[in-house]
Design a protein around this ligand. Structure first.
Ligand code: NI
Length: 228
């Protein structure tokens, strides 16, 4: 009996170690290792983990992401989740100095809204900066307008940004390389669909197409009770 337990424990450790290694190898360029690990764990354990359906990842039952935040919009006005209450949102965390992934994802988000046609007007696109040091409201105003006329650019104090990121389980960290004068931000990269109650309903991986996201968002919004 004891030997069986010991063997099971060893196998479990090996399995988790294997998933960790797999996550390390297969993670996206900007995907944090912790995020990658949770995602691969969901894939390995199937049903009760993250479930891919309709172009989006459904949150495991009982898992709650999103909720209250206190930030500043691109006009310099303090905003909280209550300012968007009753609205659907597509939210992306990143930083405007990001050389590649952020612009690509924000472009995808904007294209998804356009692909939804008139229904897309019910959805507020929002970019939340994880680099408040450089992403001032003025700077974000110029940046987000390049992607979508209605896109919100949210930033805040380092504490406010950290709190918002914590609620969405967004990983981010400053990366300073000796050969570079400016720093980069390493950050997880998901597009979140947020319901009228400010809670995350589903999330989309970086490689999702605008059409897939548009279809998944339309399906969620059109669901009975979905209009909130
Ligand atoms: Ni980025």
């Amino acid at each position: 009996m004891l030997r069986t337990i010991r063997l099971t424990a060893v196998l479990l450790v090996l399995l988790l170690g294997g998933v960790w290694a797999f996550a390390w190898v297969t993670r996206a360029p900007e995907e944090g290792l912790a995020d990658a690990f949770v995602n691969r764990l969901g894939q390995v354990f199937g049903g009760q983990g993250t479930m891919v359906s309709g172009g989006g990842v459904q949150l495991p039952q009982g898992m709650s992401l999103g909720g209250p935040f206190s930030l500043t919009d691109q006009s310099g006005k303090p905003v909280t989740e209550r300012d968007y209450a009753g609205r659907w949102m597509l939210v992306y965390f990143g930083y405007s100095f990001c050389p590649d992934v952020c612009p690509t994802e924000l472009g995808t988000m904007a294209a998804a809204l356009d692909a939804m046609g008139p229904a897309g007007e019910a959805v507020v696109p929002a970019f939340i900066s994880v680099d408040p040091q450089r992403d001032t409201p003025e700077h974000l105003a110029d940046y987000v307008s390049r992607f979508h006329p209605r896109m919100q650019g949210l930033t805040g104090t380092p504490d406010q940004v950290a709190e918002a990121a914590r609620r969405y389980r967004v990983y981010y960290a400053k990366v300073q390389r000796p050969e570079m004068t400016d720093y980069l931000m390493d950050h997880s990269s998901f597009i979140y669909l947020v319901g009228p109650d400010a809670k995350v309903r589903s999330l989309f991986r970086p490689e999702q197409t605008p059409e897939a996201i548009a279809a998944a968002v339309s399906a969620q919004i059109g669901r009975p009770g979905g209009a909130g």
